[in-house]
Ligand binder design. Structure first.
Ligand code: FAD
Length: 426
């Protein structure tokens, strides 16, 4: 019998086990995969290390800050770029229109000046027009939404935006249209990355004294009798259960789940990510860009980054690397095989003048089934209905997919910290 059983060994599950332990309760983690780390894990290919998509560390809370402080790291200034039809625009585009032809700048600024008043109950598409004007909204975030969120912006709510999209003044838009010398308006002043070991090196100090059982995928939960069953047929009784696995999957595996909860769980969806990772035997690719967004819809990836710029320890000496993220979902399936996507990305990298095929020494395709929780309209109510049911069964949901929210790593860590108070009934 486990005193505290935690499902999932991502940052939220690790945090839950650490904090339960600090509060004097013995915890064990069941992780489906053979490795801990979840989204913050990495993989190796012939001496190249790639994280699971672009990952930098930052924190808005002292608790995660204390964890980050234990590891030697490199500090980066966030200076992302945007690629569109052969041009590179600083980020965010709305106040960095300088590289565009004059006529296009005038159109964009005119649209900004004439943008409609903020409406009452706007969807994300309407919100974009109200913030940036129709020209900028449709040309940039509107197009990007179809690539990143896999649906038109009108289908999404505005609940997730927070400080993620910069809202410039007219002065800032004008300034950025006239000069490339604009100040950074990115929502973070700096980002950190371990000098060695990939992002997950930040989490290694948490592992001390943790009991992580890998290869244990939970497939069934009986909250009345207080046990879980794993895919390998094993059964584990618990006193308290914490779950960082995806909420819709969790809800559907609970014994006796009401039809209404099951049906609500069926409506929740997340984007998935197809990662194409490329290694090159030349010391530099991709200009100066640490990471960048791609607006052209004929290029499938929405975003890419240069792992070797996060830390030189991510590649063998004299080498460089790129990783591209293509998003798909139940609303927009991946249009081709992994092999075809690798080929497409290599061609795109050449077209964007980032790298040359002849320098390529490593290529890889893999998928992350859970990327970003989708905030389609009405999702919050349906999610909260499921969360209430799950908590009512004595299960504490934590983390990005457990709470079904758009959490950064520091927030996922904080979410796991809730396991320090037992019993964690609502
Ligand atoms: C593309 C992308 C980029 C991001 N970039 C950043 C960034 O730069 N900075 C930042 O702070 N955050 C970033 N994030 C967010 C960050 O990755 C998450 O907040 C964090 O990793 C979530 O951790 P978690 O433990 O909640 O979930 P996960 O990491 O998904 O962990 C859940 C674990 O549960 C396991 N599991 C699932 N089902 C079962 C089961 N049935 N039985 C047992 N185990 C199970 C999974 O295998 C997994 O290991 C990014 C996210 C994405 C998708």
């Amino acid at each position: 019998m486990a005193e505290v059983l935690v499902i999932g060994a991502g940052v939220a599950g690790l945090s839950a086990a650490v904090h339960a332990g600090r509060a004097g309760h013995e915890a064990v983690i069941f992780e489906a995969k053979e490795r801990w780390g979840g989204l913050l894990d990495h993989f190796h290919l012939d001496g190249f290390r790639f994280d699971n998509a672009v990952h930098f560390a930052f924190s808005n809370n002292d608790h995660y800050e204390a964890v980050l402080g234990l590891t030697d790291c490199i500090t980066h200034r966030p200076e992302p770029y945007n690629y569109e039809q052969g041009r590179w625009l600083k980020h965010p585009v709305q106040n960095n229109l300088c590289p565009l032809p004059v006529e296009e700048k005038v159109e964009a600024i005119k649209g900004f000046v004439e943008r409609p008043e903020r409406g009452e109950d706007s969807n994300y598409g309407q919100w974009l027009v109200e913030q940036f004007g129709r020209v900028i909204a449709e040309r940039y975030p509107g197009r990007y939404t179809r690539k990143y969120w896999t649906v038109p912006a009108e289908q999404l709510s505005t609940d997730w935006i927070g400080n993620r999209l910069y809202r410039p003044s007219l002065e800032e838009v004008l300034f950025g249209a006239m000069t490339g010398e604009t100040p950074s308006t990115y929502y973070l002043p700096e980002m950190r990355y371990p000098r060695r070991g990939g992002y997950s090196a930040f989490l290694e100090p948490l592992l001390e004294d943790l009991d992580i059982k890998t290869g244990r995928e939970v497939v069934y939960i009986d909250p009345a009798k207080k046990y879980v069953e794993c895919r390998d047929g094993s059964r584990e009784y618990y006193r308290h259960l914490v779950s960082s696995m995806p909420l819709p999957e969790l809800a559907k595996m609970i014994e006796g789940v009401p039809d209404a909860v099951f049906e609500a769980a069926e409506t929740l969806w997340a984007t998935s990510i197809a990662l194409v990772s490329l290694g090159f035997n030349v010391p530099q690719v991709a200009g100066e860009h640490l990471w960048f967004y791609i607006y052209d819809e004929e290029i499938l990836p929405a975003r890419a980054h240069a792992p070797y710029r996060k830390s030189p320890a991510n590649t063998p000496e004299g080498c460089s690397s790129l990783q591209f993220e293509t998003y798909y979902s139940r609303h927009k399936p991946l249009p081709c095989s992994g092999e075809a996507l690798i080929e497409h990305v290599i061609e795109a990298a050449e077209k964007m003048q980032l790298a040359s095929r002849r320098d390529l020494v490593v290529s890889d395709f893999r998928t992350l089934p859970y990327g970003n929780v989708a905030f389609d309209r009405g999702m919050i109510e349906r999610r909260d209905f499921i969360l209430d049911y799950v908590k009512g069964q004595g299960i504490l949901p934590v983390g990005r997919f457990g709470e079904w929210a758009y959490l950064w790593a520091d927030q996922s860590y904080l979410s796991g910290k809730k396991a320090e108070t037992l019993p964690f009934m609502v």
